[in-house]
Design a protein around this ligand. Sequence first.
Ligand code: HEC
Ligand code: HEC
Ligand code: HEC
Length: 129
Amino acid sequence: MQRSLTITLTLLAVLLAASLSFAGPTAPGDLLLAPPAALKASKPSVAFSHAGHAKAEVDCRTCHHAWDGKEGVRSCAAAGCHDLPGKQGERTFYAAFHAKADRSCLGCHKTVKAKGVSAPVGCKECHAK
Ligand code: HEC
Ligand code: HEC
Ligand code: HEC
């Protein structure tokens, strides 16, 4: 009984995912962001909500700036993207999330904060324990 319920729920989830993805990849819900295995984490992981940012009317390609809008979305740390250690330079993992540009988490939050919108800018607000 429980097994068939699980199967039914799985099928429903697959159908839902399929119906939502007809126009290309859809945004996953809430994510917990951490560095890839090759780069060691020095800070607690960061919670990120796609839905919260959709409400704030942030376009997909503001963040996924190398995405063509059709093919799969690559992760920030994909090879040739933000896959380097350290803090200096656009290709570092760090830059993807803290660079001055509005497409980085911290860059955009500083911009919107200057306009009076509350968004986290303190290290511990994002890297919460
Ligand atoms: C707006 C959210 C946000 C703020 C504010 C923020 N970070 Fe991050 N940071 C991230 C995200 C997202 C990542 C990528 C996921 C991860 O590695 O935890 C990251 C990754 C990092 C990394 C590389 C991964 C690691 O664990 O070593 C370092 C170092 C870092 N942040 C330091 C800081 C420091 C220092 C501050 C304060 C000056 C700060 N961050 C503020 C979102 C933020
Ligand atoms: C505010 C920034 C932001 C916006 C806006 C945003 N995303 Fe994302 N998205 C992310 C981050 C960060 C990740 C995690 C990437 C990683 O794991 O390196 C992610 C992951 C994804 C993934 C999974 C990629 C993987 O690694 O498998 C997909 C698919 C995706 N987003 C689609 C979307 C779509 C579609 C939209 C627009 C409706 C969207 N995103 C809007 C930041 C954003
Ligand atoms: C282009 C602008 C933009 C980018 C890029 C962006 N944010 Fe935000 N973020 C916002 C705005 C605007 C708000 C305030 C939304 C609200 O609460 O109405 C916000 C709110 C938040 C909040 C608090 C509300 C919530 O959803 O929990 C968190 C946490 C957050 N952002 C994390 C991130 C992380 C992590 C990234 C990078 C992966 C990121 N943001 C990238 C614009 C941005």
